[in-house]
Design a protein. Structure first.
Ligand code: ADP
Ligand code: MG
Length: 327
């Protein structure tokens, strides 16, 4: 029997939402009432996943639920914010209970691991699309923004690059690969883990930060434009997972690591005087942190090999609404 909008909300979302003490009124009223801790600033971010644009219709519902929240928490991580609340706008073609169950499982497993409460949303019928808004806190002046990079700052990334893009490439080309490597890469594509604790631990050292959703070149380009600087990237230093090294060929490997999207790692710029403290702080985190370049005065973004030769990459970062004529 088809569920109504209210049955969907009650069964899959209202019943599952745990209660933080700062949620005064949660799901079930015309609006949520939330208590922002005294002396903190509120950071808000929103991202939409559209079926067949951001995930294939065949993607496991659990992965869609996970990823819809993960990409948002990744934005909070990039701001150095501590996550607190989420709202969810869900547009569904039909009330498919198996899909809803999987979606809610993925969403709440991640929400609970970050102590995030779902406090409201909207449920409508239409082509499958998921919008999540997240809310978090930073101390005043504590947020990492895109505009703070200065010439001479080191450029650092968390984790490894290109895994999600390689997974997508393997899926699209129907290429095989080792079973373990493939499973690892697919987990990086479907269930990225937002680097929230890294953002919190390193925010005091960074001059600027961004999370890598659209590819390193494109996203670092945003930091450069906002900051009025350029950058040199050391392409032979880009961190790669073992699975990536095993399955990507050399030239494709550079391209995937530089312009492949969906990594949800953090890219930070750090002034020289903070770099030893940064490394020390990073040592106590369960996360690789790699220096991959330097911020330059001149506004270009260059990709350099260790021997000083320049690497040129076909195709830029992923963009919606890009016209063919843009090249
Ligand atoms: P209204 O018509 O007043 O906008 P709704 O009927 O859309 O209210 O929603 C009823 C309650 O359920 C509200 O508190 C709303 O925030 C919540 N809600 C609706 N859809 C979702 C969802 N997908 N996830 C979480 N909460 C939801
Ligand atoms: Mg409504």
């Amino acid at each position: 029997m088809a569920l109504s909008e209210f049955e969907i909300i009650d069964r899959y979302f209202r019943s599952r939402a745990p209660r933080r003490r700062d949620v005064i009124v949660g799901i079930g009223d015309d609006g949520a009432v939330l208590s922002v801790p005294e002396g903190q600033h509120l950071v808000v971010s929103m991202d939409t996943l559209v079926c067949d644009v951001h995930f294939p219709a065949s993607a496991p519902a659990r992965a869609v639920g996970h990823k819809a929240l993960a990409v948002n928490l990744s934005d909070l991580a990039a701001m150095g914010a501590e996550p607190a609340w989420a709202t969810l706008a869900l547009t569904l073609p039909e009330a498919d209970e198996a899909w809803l169950r999987g979606f809610a499982e993925g969403f709440f497993a991640l929400a609970e691991s970050f102590e995030v409460d779902l406090v409201g949303g909207d449920t409508t019928r239409g082509p499958l699309s998921v919008t999540v808004q997240v809310h978090g806190f930073v101390p005043p002046g504590g947020a990492m923004c895109r505009r703070g990079a200065r010439p001479g700052d080191g450029i650092f990334v968390t984790g490894t690059l290109g895994d999600a893009a390689l997974a997508l490439w393997l899926l699209q080309k129907r290429r095989r690969g080792g079973v373990r490597e493939r499973a690892y890469l697919l987990s990086r594509l479907h269930t990225p883990l937002p680097r929230v604790s890294v953002g919190l631990a390193l925010r005091e050292y960074a001059s600027a930060a961004i999370d890598l959703s659209d590819g390193l070149i494109g996203d670092l380009g945003h930091v450069c434009r906002s900051s009025g600087v350029g950058a040199s990237l050391w392409v032979d230093k880009l961190p790669r997972s073992d699975a990536f090294a095993a399955l990507a060929d050399e030239e494709e490997g550079y391209r995937l690591a530089l312009v492949g999207g969906d990594d949800y790692e953090l890219c930070l710029t750090v002034p020289p005087e903070h770099q030893s403290a940064l490394k020390q702080a990073a040592g106590s985190l369960d996360c690789r942190l790699t220096r991959i370049g330097i911020v330059e005065r001149e506004s270009a973004l260059r990709c350099l090999h260790d021997d000083g030769t320049e690497l040129r990459i076909r195709g830029g970062a992923w963009q919606h609404f890009r016209r063919e004529s843009d090249g």
